[in-house]
Design a protein around this ligand. Structure first.
Ligand code: ZN
Length: 283
């Protein structure tokens, strides 16, 4: 049987398309962009034009660091598990790199600590698909979760300067990539924190449909308060969105991390951490 060259080419194109649908991140250039975006390669390598001049050694090292962060086999290759994870909806903040501490036991930054316990926030821009009152309520719940275990208090101010600005923006807002979904990210400066959510995706409340709003807000507030990404899937600071969990709450690691920065309050003992761990383990 003779197979014509164009049939082979068409077959390879189709196979690439199917793999692209499954894994999202496919090409070497896209992987380079991803790895530099999240701190595994130098930021100067973010430009896909330089993908072909990165040494194999640097690429293998970066891939192994990514695989180590997510507990994958350290193959140093863009294998299926690695590509699959790269295609998952995630937070836009870095996992490792020059701005992320490596020597602290926990994923915290004392440099980020707010110097006051009474903080204000405003929701500058709302998404279209949910009522404002629902958004307000879910965001309030997320702040309350961090308040329960720290001395921090948060007040919603609808005008004037605030400490934490929250926006739902459609389209490109800093780090969107066509190969995977960046759900949200947080920029911190000394006096203000800006949290962005993708306003074009379907946000949900108490439902497996779409992306759960409450869980993402808790994660981004963690960044605003000084936490980085955790390697543990049970942590609310895990990079990849884990899907809706009706029992979602802070893990014991999250509580210890935030209390290492701000201390505790008297209500901390009421948080049933062991129960939380069991729920996460079973999901
Ligand atoms: Zn994050």
């Amino acid at each position: 049987m003779t197979i014509c060259k164009s049939c082979v080419v068409l077959g390879l194109v189709f196979l690439s398309y199917m793999l692209g649908c499954v894994f999202g991140v496919l090409t070497n250039e896209q992987a380079v962009t991803y790895l530099s975006q999240y701190g595994y390669l130098k930021p100067s390598m973010k430009n896909s034009n330089v993908a072909n001049i990165i040494s194999e050694e640097a690429m293998v090292k970066a891939i192994r660091e990514f695989q180590s962060f997510f507990g994958l086999n350290l193959t140093g290759r863009l294998d299926n598990d690695t590509l699959h994870l790269m295609s998952k909806p995630r937070c836009g903040n870095q996992d490792v790199g020059e701005f992320v501490p490596t020597r602290t036991r926990r994923y915290i930054s004392h440099n980020r600590k707010w110097e006051i316990n009474d903080l204000t926030y405003n929701i500058i821009k709302y998404p279209k698909q949910l009522d404002k009152s629902v958004i307000d309520s879910e965001i309030r719940r997320a702040f309350d979760l961090w308040s329960e275990v720290t001395p921090l208090r948060f007040t919603h101010k609808k005008s004037g300067k605030v400490n934490i600005n929250i926006r739902f923006e459609e389209g490109k807002h800093g780090d969107r990539n066509s190969s995977y979904t960046v759900l949200s990210h947080t920029f911190n400066s000394k006096y203000v924190s800006d949290i962005y959510f993708d306003g074009s995706i379907k946000w949900s409340v108490n439902s497996k449909e779409g992306t759960n709003l409450f869980q993402r807000v808790v994660h981004e507030l963690g960044h605003s308060l000084g936490l980085f990404h955790s390697k543990k899937e049970s942590s609310v600071m895990f990079v990849i969105d884990r899907g809706y969990n009706p029992n979602f709450t802070l893990s014991s690691d999250d509580v210890e991390a935030i209390q290492a920065i701000y201390g505790s309050n008297n209500k901390t003992e009421k948080v049933n951490l062991e129960k939380d761990h069991d729920v996460l383990k079973n999901n």
